[in-house]
Design a protein around this ligand. Sequence first.
Ligand code: NAD
Length: 451
Amino acid sequence: SRKAAQQQRGTVNPTTPEQPADIVARLRATFRTGRTKPVEWRTDQLRRLREMLTEDGDDLAAALHADLGKSTTEARRTEIDFTVREIDHTLDHLADWLRPEPAPVPAHLGSDATAWTQYDPLGVVLVIAPWNYPVQLLLAPLVGALAAGNAVVVKPSELAPATSAALARLLPAYLDTDAFAVVEGGVPETTALLAERFDHIFYTGNGAVGRIVLRAAAEHLTPVTLELGGKSPAFVDGDADVQLVADRLARGKFLNAGQTCVAPDYVLTDPATAAALEPALARSVETLFGADPKASGEYGRIINERHFDRLSGLLDSGRVVVGGDTDRAVKYIAPTVLADVEPSSPVMGEEIFGPILPIVTVPGLDDAIDFINDRDKPLALYVFTESEGTRDRIAAETSSGGLGHGLPLAHLTVSDLPFGGVGESGMGNYHGRYSLETFSHRKAVLRKPLS
Ligand code: NAD
């Protein structure tokens, strides 16, 4: 089979790794032949990727468990099945999305002139992924890049080494390796890649590295998508059903042990609602993970010691209401809720990116809006209220990558919504047809007949 032959090729010919310049040149040569442009090539690649996810999903789930302690259920739901759905949505609609879009022509060009836009692939694109959803965040951009007809280099995160190795082994066995390559590695390897000229760079990760990527891209005038993070607030109004809100907050926050870019970072509410949320969140955590989350197969682990130490240092930023215990040997930090948290405390000074939920109090809605607008524009903002007036005011008076009413994280599972940040939380967006926009050039065409 194709897979066996390629895997054998890998073992028979263990030469030194191909250099970035050679990889890009090889992929560019393939792109120039026009091979990646027909919609049949694109859909074939997407079907093969889908095949990999179904045939080798167990291998990927095992790698995700090794790297992050993700349960099989969580690995399937948030990474593997998520990507399959993105593929299916794209396969269902690609032909339709690619149809040229006519534009009205002004009278001075005559009635025989026509105009339209069409999507052209960009060429050779680079996708750089982080460690927290190391399958989804590498493959969902890849789906868009292939659907748009590009040759693609992907760079998984070295901080999720089992998943990186699994993807580097599996992907080339399914995809067209004349137009696709995996480069594994950390800073030196990525720095070497970034020296090459790409036609688009799609980066997911933190803003400090986002700036490095943008600077490297500037040398080649390469367009860049930056999917970054930051502190995503959850505003809870006094009129909301506190237990329902607590359940949804806890589910969104403690998924993947809080290591989710769109996790509710902190709760913003009035003092009375804060007091009601404390016992409610304790009940939610117990419902989700039992009395001892450490023993629950559904609760994940922190990616590495560095992040474990960073997060442990944030635990005394407030009064521990839920959790608080840690075990460095197995990188466990309990689902934790902190109350009486000062805006100036360390836990409010950086994106938490772990299982610690601080509750910060403000007197009312005006102060909450000011609190949000005084800080970087978040990747996501969540609002829990029964009041349409409050929903409207927050929608109109704040800026965030996405806005979720009543349910954290869920907006990113809607394939027809663009997913991305604004300001410090990033630039550009993707998912579904927005991925096609991101990985294509929308070419303007005018035609005036010669006779
Ligand atoms: P990370 O450490 O895995 O880094 C991301 C990628 O950048 C990796 O592939 C890494 O090899 C590469 N990299 C690191 N240093 C580099 C350098 N000096 N030069 C070039 N490349 C370099 O992941 P991370 O940044 O810790 O990820 C967490 C951050 O990502 C959080 O801020 C989170 O909110 C954000 N995030 C955003 C999204 C989103 O979709 N917007 C999704 C997930 C995570």
